[in-house]
Ligand binder design. Structure first.
Ligand SMILES: Cc1ncc(COP(=O)(O)O)c(C=O)c1O
Length: 375
């Protein structure tokens, strides 16, 4: 029977406690949210939702075509200029998602015969970029510049190194300056995904590459999502103008994809302007993450020290992680639950996200509920 094999996969998934289900949330949720990626609390900010509404009224519900045909509006150009300026790079190119931006950057910058050195903890979208690229991928140990150096030295030709700046599972930061140094020794490019760094790290939230002194470097390319700190949807690649021009001509997820919806572009632009005006939001989310970590650790839980907004708490098993997250939910707290196959090391965790708008009382309540529901 066609698709009959799916039943066997579903059975194995059930047995391993790895079944995933969708849980549509209501517009107004009674849950305290430590699960979303709305790090700066901007997704529902009136200026951001008004930016979306204004853009939809002016430009329409959709962008009407691919970027090279009718899908590039003046709004897209404005967003690209402001993103590039904010992050301190020459140029930016906006995509319909961060996923598409990562596929574009990796595939277009790793031609046939080239080497891609990829961190073992990278996000799925970078991994898929490696899989689709014509170059050969070598996966190296997590956050090990020495392993990157060795891989580049052995190859000796055209190469890029790809890494998250902040890893989405444990919230730890990549050693960006050391990675850049290893790449420079071998004339290789560095492509970093700052999905969890933009709006959180660096001066006023300008991101991890900015904090590491790499913004504007001619051998560094940065990808971002507009869907986390900026409270919208979409992605972008930031870097030297010649790289951006190359992507316009060579990146398939740019050329063969409908341009970002105007509402998403308008929301992102409003959020970016708000962040410029209120740079303290970035410092606040870091402080909230630090506070969550300190209180969880004091409560005897095994939490990884956060380098940005993600706080990861170890769970004994996938089943325990699911039960723990469900217990939190029943008690009024939404937390993320990461387990295989979404975690490269097979360790299940609760994944908490700090938000700049969490109050001291909410932080205290969240930690108490996590402790009380511990398996
Ligand atoms: C590290 C990282 N890169 C890329 C993405 C994909 O971005 P988007 O959701 O905009 O497609 C995500 C998650 O969404 C992420 O966590």
């Amino acid at each position: 029977m066609a698709f009959g094999w799916i039943d066997e996969q579903a059975r194995l998934r059930r047995r391993a406690g790895l079944v995933r289900t969708l849980r549509p949330r209501p517009a107004v949720s009674p849950l305290l949210d430590l699960a979303s990626n709305d790090y700066l609390g901007l997704a529902r900010h009136p200026e951001v939702t008004e930016g979306a509404a204004r853009a939809a009224r002016l430009w329409g519900g959709g962008s009407t075509g691919s970027r090279l045909v009718t899908g590039s509006t003046e709004l897209h150009a404005e967003l690209e200029r402001e993103l590039a300026d904010f992050c301190g790079v020459e140029a930016a190119l906006v995509f319909s998602s961060g996923y598409a931006a990562n596929l574009a950057a990796v595939t277009a910058l790793a031609p046939h015969g080239s080497l891609i050195v990829s961190d073992a903890g990278n996000h799925a979208s970078l991994i898929d970029g490696c899989r689709l690229a014509r170059g050969t991928t070598q996966v190296v140990a997590h956050a090990e510049p020495e392993a990157v150096r060795k891989a580049l030295h052995t190859h000796g030709g055209t190469a890029i190194t790809v890494s998250d700046t902040v890893f989405s599972v444990d919230g730890d930061a990549a050693p960006l300056a050391a990675l850049a140094e290893a790449c420079r020794e071998h004339g290789a490019g560095l492509v970093v995904d700052d999905a969890h760094g933009l709006g959180v790290l660096g001066d006023g939230g300008r991101g991890a590459p900015h904090a590491a002194g790499l913004a504007g470097a001619d051998d560094v390319v940065v990808t971002v999502t507009l869907s986390k700190s900026l409270g919208s949807q979409g992605g972008a690649v930031l870097g030297p103008a010649r790289v951006i021009d190359h992507l316009v001509n060579a990146a398939r997820t740019f050329i063969f994809d409908t341009g970002l919806a105007p509402a998403a572009a308008g929301a992102a632009l409003s959020a970016l302007r708000l962040l410029r005006r209120e740079p303290e939001r970035a410092a606040r989310v870091r402080a909230v993450a630090g506070e969550l970590h300190a209180r969880l650790t004091a409560a005897g839980l095994e939490a990884v020290r956060p380098d940005a907004a993600v706080v990861s708490v170890r769970a004994p098993s996938p089943e325990d992680a699911v039960r723990w997250a469900a217990g939190c939910r029943a008690a009024g707290l939404a937390v993320g639950c990461f387990r295989p196959p979404s975690v490269p090391d097979g360790i299940s965790r609760l994944r908490l996200t700090a938000r700049a708008d969490l109050t001291a009382e909410q932080i205290e309540r969240a930690v108490r509920l996590i402790g009380e529901t511990r398996p």
